[in-house]
Design a protein around this ligand. Structure first.
Ligand code: ATP
Length: 436
């Protein structure tokens, strides 16, 4: 396995193979400095011109373009006068493993570069130090959240993304040609997470793509995004679901703060704040009243019983001002605004919630309706028939009371770092963006 820049200090005095991108070449009178880069940082390779043995190396390196890649046999030396980590590499052999053509833009300086050009050449855009950090931070966050679930005896599952019926909720689904019939791309793993519980697995999760055929060009919607989805059995109410989500987010953000807190502040200007329990919880009706009273906001008629983007922004403001919290759970949504599988109590009150963080919804969660008769009734009310028949069967042969939620991973990272979804996703997918 390749030795990375951040591991070189453990190899001082050794002869090793080092590979990386050529970040820069500084050709001085007496010496050539080649700055090499990998995902963990940069290091200086020094080639003395006075040394006759270096003639061939110098000749070879004088023809190399920046962003080419090399493989070098080097000695690792400690040198306190070297700014890059106090380490320098002295090569005895260099192979050019790939040659780079002139770049379409300078990825170190993206200020004036159009976002679509960046997307067209996303693999170059990703070489930008900030963009590389986004990937590493997201990986750390998801790893910590996964670990939390493993530690709590959740099982990771992998549900199909090709499905036979377009049924689950109001969100539009993509159709795909499937031999001589149509199939659909899964808009969420909801039905299959629940099938796992009906299958006797008590606690399951999945981190996987969801597809939504929504023609929206906001800075927080994508047509394909990664969802961190979980579902678990034997809950007493949706309070249990919210409690688990608090613990999960605390675990994820604590790890990110430990590993990247300073870097995030320095590079993105955002403080990572690990929330404390319990996150504030507010009923939608009370929220409307507060938002009106404090900020003069009224929910438009078509959104009554639900939130909209403006309400989410103001909810964040309220959460900060009144609860000193970046997070806020909102409960008591109208059942008409929520999918049929969310449980309602005996008075028809919805047993679900949304979680708002930094002005945007990051999660929908709920206790699910696990009683076959009730579920059939709710589906019928929403006008759903044949399409959900297969799903309703899951609840016919015994199924524990259960609940769960979905967090958009892209949204989480985006809000953590103060970016747009285009900048955040590894490769953005939107109504006008399917390539590369
Ligand atoms: P929104 O109201 O923001 O469109 P939604 O109510 O459709 O979201 P859900 O179906 O509840 O979202 O999905 C759960 C989570 O998945 C959301 O809270 C969000 O974090 C994420 N999510 C949903 N749609 C998208 C999207 N188009 N792009 C990115 N993330 C999304």
């Amino acid at each position: 396995m390749k030795i990375c820049v951040n591991e070189l200090k453990n190899h001082v005095g050794e002869k090793i193979i080092f590979s990386g991108f050529v970040d820069a070449i500084r050709d001085k009178k007496w010496v050539m400095f080649v700055i090499l880069r990998d995902a963990t940082g940069k290091v200086q390779m020094t080639i003395e011109k006075s040394d006759e043995n270096n003639k061939e190396l110098l000749e070879r390196m004088s023809n190399v373009t920046v962003e080419s890649t090399i493989r070098a046999e080097v000695e690792v030396l400690e040198n306190t006068s070297v700014k890059l980590g106090g380490i320098e590499l002295i090569p005895s052999k260099i192979d050019i493993t790939s040659s780079a053509e002139p770049l379409p833009f300078d990825f170190n300086n993206l200020a004036g570069v159009n976002i679509d050009t960046r997307m067209d050449f996303r693999w170059l855009d990703l070489r930008n130090e900030k963009n590389m950090l986004v990937r590493q931070i997201e990986s750390c966050l998801v790893q910590a959240m996964r670990q939390f679930l493993y530690d709590n005896h959740f099982t990771e599952i992998h549900t199909p993304k090709l499905i036979g019926t377009a049924s689950e909720s109001g969100s539009s689904v993509f159709e795909v040609k499937y031999f001589d019939r149509l199939a659909y791309l899964a808009q969420s793993p909801q039905f299959y997470k629940q099938m796992a519980l009906a299958g006797g697995l008590d606690k399951v999760f999945e981190v996987a793509p969801c597809f939504r055929a929504e023609n929206s060009n906001t800075n927080r919607h994508a047509t394909e995004f990664t969802s961190f989805d979980l579902e678990f059995s034997y809950i007493d109410s949706y309070e249990d679901v919210m409690n688990l989500e608090e613990d999960l987010l605390i675990a994820g953000l604590s790890k990110v703060k430990d590993e990247y807190g300073d870097k995030i502040l320095e590079v993105f200007g955002k403080e990572v704040i690990v929330p404390t329990k319990p996150f504030p919880r507010i009923k939608l009706k009370d929220l409307y009243e507060k938002l009106h009273e404090k900020y003069g906001f009224s929910i438009p008629t078509e959104d009554i019983g639900d939130m909209n983007a403006e309400a989410e922004k103001l909810t964040y403001r309220l959460a900060l001002e009144e609860y000193n919290s970046e997070f806020m759970f909102v409960v008591d949504y109208a059942a008409t605004k929520r999918p049929f599988y969310h449980m309602r109590d005996e008075n028809g009150k919805l047993q679900g919630y949304d979680l708002i963080w930094r002005g945007t919804e990051i999660t929908s969660g709920a206790q699910r309706e696990h009683r076959y008769e009730e579920l059939c009734k709710n589906a019928k009310e929403k006008g759903l028939g044949e399409d959900v028949k297969f799903y309703l069967q899951f609840f016919k042969y015994g199924c524990p009371p259960h609940g769960g939620f979905a967090i958009g991973v892209d949204r989480l990272t985006m809000l953590l770092l103060g970016l747009t979804i285009k900048e955040t996703q590894f490769l953005f997918r939107g109504p006008n963006r399917l390539d590369p």
